[in-house]
Write a protein that binds this ligand. Sequence first.
Ligand SMILES: O=C(O)C(=O)C[C@]1(C(=O)O)C=C[C@@H](O)C=C1
Length: 260
Amino acid sequence: MANVNCNPNSASDTLTLDGIRDSLIRQEDSIVFSLIERARFPLNGKMYLHNHASIPGFSGSLVEFIVRETEDVQAKAGRYENPEENPFFPENLPRPLVHPHKYPKVLHPSGASINMNKAIWDFYFKEFLPLLVSDGDDGNYAATAASDLACLQALSRRIHCGKYVAEVKFRDAPNEYEGPIRSQERDTLMELLTFKAVEEQVKKRVEKKAMVFGQEVTLNNTSGGGKHKIDPSLASLLYDKWVMPLTKEVEVEYLLRRLE
Ligand SMILES: O=C(O)C(=O)C[C@]1(C(=O)O)C=C[C@@H](O)C=C1
């Protein structure tokens, strides 16, 4: 079974580019399924309006309230001790109340502070969500926000795996990377870590997954008439315009700090 995680499960596991790519492929399933779940609901736009919900003692949108409260409880349960997990609202999160799991340490310590979640939050709500869902309001705000958070967490996890991709690329070819890291050449690093052919495969595969996972399944031979729960081309657009560019930005940021 392909490893779902980018961080190795044990200290004796070696980090390989193929292993991390397997994890990214498995994570495509989680992302596509989370989009299908979110698309069950209409936009429910009031949830995203500042102070529309008038929650006593809280200033912000209902979705922000739900994400902050959920992250608070998940932090207490140790979610953010995992180096693959990054909170959307890292300020003032509580310490874990549970005995921490010891995750093998493979990343350079300077990479820990890289957090792209502000950019992920912005593109998801402002640009992508309106393309994914229908207009309208069915009042199911809490369930809708929970499914937004599932999408955000799946996207964030995948994009921040760029730290592992960068680490393994550096370990595989330190001589190639050291020069541009020392002279802090972003563009050269971006060129070195880009594999256009791999990106084309990723886009094709996620579109196919959205088609397969989102089809109607019936017990007789009549198919769902070619209807899909989400437009498959949106999965490819999501990866092309946001997921892969942000993953690469994480990789560049990580490499720039790799020799600190
Ligand atoms: O597989 C890699 O080498 C990656 O760096 C990951 C990834 C991606 O985001 O899927 C990003 C950059 C490459 O151009 C290809 C793919």
